[in-house]
Design a protein around this ligand. Structure first.
Ligand code: ADP
Ligand code: MG
Length: 146
């Protein structure tokens, strides 16, 4: 599905809709450049899964963890990660087996290591505050669009 938003708030709202459909073990692979809105939409994903709103950019910690009422959400930023040994040090492979929900910013950097069945979300700036959000890889998200 493809949707165009015109503000950060609208993007969070799209994230909430997606987040409500997420389940244990889902891996969300973001692509899109700096300032596209990956961290912003992740706020929505976290909220949609029913977790408290505390999402900040994980750029300086590689992975942030949000947990509550049986759900665990791991938010990675792979901006500085390249190669498998780098990735191993983040614990990514262990997190994949944890059953938690995983969202990965800069998934371009680990594209060969993304699991089968990953949900791909590309965010593209259309200029100003307009963003095109494209979700592929899972039929669950075909139902809603603009
Ligand atoms: P990224 O994580 O992709 O680098 P961020 O989510 O941190 O990007 O930042 C996106 C920036 O763009 C924020 O300052 C946000 O307020 C702004 N913004 C403007 N319009 C939008 C939109 N339609 N969707 C998402 N963010 C937007
Ligand atoms: Mg970010």
């Amino acid at each position: 599905m493809k949707i165009i938003t015109h503000s950060a708030e609208e993007t969070v709202a799209v994230g909430i809709k997606i987040g409500k459909l997420l389940r244990s073990g889902d891996v969300i692979a973001f692509s899109g450049g700096l300032g596209a809105g990956k961290t912003t939409i992740t706020r929505g994903l976290v909220l949609g899964t029913g977790l408290p709103d505390e999402t900040s950019s994980p750029t300086f910690s590689i992975v942030n963890e949000y947990a509550g009422n049986g759900t665990v959400f791991y938010h990675f930023d792979m901006y500085r990660i390249s190669g498998v040994s780098d990735l191993e040090t983040t614990g990514f492979y262990d997190y994949l087996e944890s059953g938690g929900i995983i969202a990965v910013e800069w998934s371009e950097n680990i594209s060969d290591e993304l699991p089968e069945g990953a949900i791909y979300i590309n965010i593209r700036s259309l200029g100003g505050d307009a963003r095109e959000i494209t979700v592929t890889g899972d039929e669950r998200f075909e139902a809603f669009s603009d």
